[in-house]
Write a protein that binds this ligand. Structure first.
Ligand code: ADP
Ligand code: MG
Length: 330
């Protein structure tokens, strides 16, 4: 019997989300097929093994990890979805579920994801890259040269409303909508608390849709799901604390658009050199019906009610079957 290490918790702002995802994964794993080791990382980065429901601190992490046949880092955000833990598992020679070091780290960084999507000509919203270098904001231009920071340079390039995001973050933490210059300044300041790389995007008024990719041989895309946020945008609260946020599967869009989104989702996955799984998020502009990619999540939410497993369930792949496929293909 194979020993699967489910690693969860973690130091990122998505700690609680990871706990929820991991609980679902653990309860859906076939216990007759796999021996499960639960490895919990607390918010300060300390590792514990859960033995008979009790947390026991791990003192020799390498020893514990070396005992695993396969690791499944059910971790979101920094320290889990950004290539760092993947790098550790690579060094230790432990096979693991999910994207490798490069795809994880690019996928986690919203600005560098955009740069790759640009190269792949996947449609996306116009943006400005701002960097905080030693407490001084600069604008990074197309050639990666630093330009003096001026609000006007941003408003010349993109229109309000804008979305200001910390480049390395997730679950909408550090994301603010700005409808005027004052809000823009505050939003930049806010994003700066989470990362020194700041992405400012033109806002899209329209639908938010998501597509799941599973790669166990050749990448396949699920159908497309639609998010109906309970709040003005899909903020952390709207995602996890507001039961009025809804997911509609399949999205109420034309078939042609579903096919186009599936194609773009696979293209995005390949563009970042993805492996095993990712969820790719898009906007469909109300006025023009145009599709824009928003982001790729290399370790999407994995609770029973999360979009990723629900999208595959809608095309006939059950949650536990999905887990089997992922694990068997490591
Ligand atoms: N360019 C945009 N236009 C409209 N809404 C946006 C835009 N960017 C982000 N949002 C809103 O903010 C939410 C969080 O932004 P996102 O980039 O997906 O960050 P996260 O990685 O934290 O999920 C999105 O789900 C969407 O509701
Ligand atoms: Mg998102």
């Amino acid at each position: 019997m194979k020993t699967i290490g489910i690693i969860y918790g973690g130091i990122s702002t998505e700690h609680e989300v990871s706990i929820m995802s991991a609980k679902s994964v653990i309860s859906n794993l076939n216990k007759e097929k796999y021996k499960i080791k639960e490895l919990y990382i607390n918010k300060y980065g300390k590792w514990f093994e859960i033995i008979d429901g009790k947390k026991e601190e791990i003192y020799n992490l390498i020893w514990v990890l070396k005992d695993l046949d396969i690791a499944f880092p059910v971790l979101h955000g920094i320290g889990g979805e950004d290539g760092t833990i993947q790098g550790m598992l690579e060094i230790l020679g432990i096979p693991y579920v999910g994207c490798g070091v490069f795809a994880s780290s690019v996928g986690m960084d919203k600005i560098y994801t955009k740069i790759l999507f640009e190269k792949a000509e996947i449609p996306q919203t116009p943006y400005v890259y701002v960097k905080n270098i030693k407490d001084n904001y600069v604008i990074i231009d197309e050639k990666f040269d630093e330009e003096e920071f001026e609000i006007k340079k941003i408003t010349d390039k993109i229109k309000f409303p804008m979305f200001v995001k910390a480049s390395n973050s997730g679950s909408s933490v550090g994301v603010k909508k700005a409808t005027n210059i004052e809000e823009l300044k505050l939003a930049i300041e806010n994003a700066g608390h989470y990362d020194n790389k700041i992405l400012i995007e033109q806002g899209i008024d329209g639908k938010e849709v998501e597509c799941a990719v599973l790669d166990v041989g050749e990448p396949i895309a699920s159908t497309v799901g639609e998010i109906q946020s309970s709040e003005e945008f899909y903020s952390y609260d709207a995602k996890y604390n507001n039961s009025e946020s809804k997911t509609i599967i399949p999205a109420k869009i034309e078939n042609e658009q579903i096919e186009e989104i599936k194609r773009l989702a696979i293209k995005a996955f390949k563009t970042i050199d993805g492996r095993h799984l990712s969820r790719v998020d898009f906007f469909i502009e109300k006025e023009t019906n145009k599709i824009y990619i928003n982001e790729i999540n290399t370790m999407p939410g994995f609770t029973q009610i999360s979009m990723y497993p629900k999208l595959f369930e809608a095309v006939g792949i059950k949650y536990s079957e999905l887990l089997d496929k992922l694990i068997e293909n490591v």
